[in-house]
Design a protein around this ligand. Structure first.
Ligand code: GDP
Ligand code: ZN
Length: 376
């Protein structure tokens, strides 16, 4: 192995299968040799399941991290599923997470009611699938209806692109709808650059072509409302019942707090899947208008607006409104853009307020308890 840099030696087949690469190995150059790379594959309240060369185990965060106020208070300074960490693991004790490696990509959300709070849902994902579902024609299914709302999907797509991952939209339960393909085509025409795919877990349709889109070793996150079929998709792709689906979960509700919130699964074909719980509230975290690149059609139109800072509301000479009037642009898509643009501005991270005097030490982290984020 002479001549190979130290960090390259760390990229072993086991780690590569978990998605490890030089990007992460480089960050461990100079770290103590007894710190080994591991991927966070499960998240519990204050513990994390990590997988590494030596297997999988429940890990804890190094004590000094808890004392650091910013780590204790900021959700995204804590490990999340998909993260790469440096652990110290001297058995029989649990692995201790010493270092949180810089993320290649991530998906974060913020909450309108919890201003400034930010939660990183998944880290180091190559793709994130926004899962929506069709409803049976004779059933009133509010969740399905909500999940298919283009503006809702655009919100996710914006957040995913902002975090550096590639979005894909899955319209699941296609077996229930007679117009699934037409709906998908309409949405595809609106979203333009983001691929829209129909799937059915029930009839196992659309899954093979979907999986053919991903290279082995890539990490795919699944997001969407509860009930759209994320767990079913994970089970189908894995070929085993790894995740409880709707009814089983309801029957098991009492045990909920013992189960992990998020989990990473390795498929036989070498894909890494991260399921996330459904979320009622999802606002894009601290972006800028530049993060709205999925709205390039509007951005291009806006270049012809009379005013450079045109909000496309009722300014004179607005080229975007003109496009809506002439039928070139769907007005709902413009609404979506305007809403997201103002939301990005509102949730932009404010520069930290400098503290005077010594930082207060905190015994227990306040924000680490993620249970107060609405997840269903
Ligand atoms: P999750 O909350 O997003 O993880 O959704 P689940 O996977 O728990 O699925 C919710 C319900 O939808 C369950 O009753 C599933 O059996 C059902 N379901 C999932 N996928 C499909 C599908 O493709 N077609 C139909 N008809 N039902 C499905
Ligand atoms: Zn305008």
């Amino acid at each position: 192995m002479l001549g190979r840099p130290e960090h390259e030696k760390r990229v072993t087949p086991v780690l590569t299968r978990l998605g490890f690469s030089a990007f992460f190995a480089d960050q461990l150059v100079g770290a103590s040799p007894d710190i080994i790379p591991a991927r966070v594959v499960g998240q519990h309240r204050r513990e994390w399941d990590v997988s590494c060369e030596r297997g999988t185990a429940r890990a804890v965060l190094a004590g000094k991290h808890w004392a650091q106020e910013h780590v204790a208070q900021v959700d995204d300074a804590q490990p999340t599923v998909g993260d790469w960490v440096g652990v110290r693991w001297s058995e029989p004790g649990p692995p201790i997470i010493e270092i949180l490696l810089k993320r290649r990509t991530s998906l974060s959300r913020t909450s309108a009611s919890r201003r400034g709070a930010r939660q990183t849902l998944v880290a180091n994902v190559d793709h994130v699938a926004v899962v929506a579902a069709f409803a049976a024609a004779d059933k009133h299914d509010a969740v399905a209806k909500r999940s298919l709302h283009p503006r809702r999907i655009e919100r996710y797509v914006t957040a995913i692109e902002k975090g550096g991952a590639e979005p894909i939209v899955l319209l699941n339960k296609a077996d229930l709808a007679t117009d699934a393909l037409e709906t998908a085509e309409l949405l595809q025409a609106r979203l333009k650059t983001c691929r829209v795919v129909c799937t059915s877990c029930k009839q196992e349709e659309g899954l093979d072509p979907l999986l053919a889109l991903f290279r082995p070793g890539t990490t795919i996150g699944l997001v969407g409302l509860s009930g759209v079929g994320k767990s079913s998709l994970v089970n189908r792709i894995l070929g085993r019942d790894a995740q409880k689906v709707g009814e089983e979960r309801a029957a098991d509700a009492r045990g909920r707090h013992t189960t992990t919130h998020r989990e990473l699964f390795l498929t036989e074909s070498g894909l890494l899947l991260i399921d996330t719980p459904g979320m009622r509230e999802f606002a894009v975290a601290d972006g800028t208008e530049e993060d709205l690149k999925s709205f390039d059609d509007i951005i291009q139109l806006a270049k012809n607006c009379q005013f450079r800072d045109c909000k496309h509301k009722n300014e004179p000479g607005c080229a975007v409104r003109a496009a809506v009037r002439s039928g070139k642009l769907v007005s709902d898509r413009l609404e979506s853009y305007v809403t997201l643009a103002s939301e990005l501005k509102e949730t932009a991270v404010q520069p930290a307020v400098k503290r005077i005097g010594r930082p207060k030490r905190q015994k227990y982290p306040k924000r680490n308890d993620r249970s107060d984020w609405d997840e269903d």
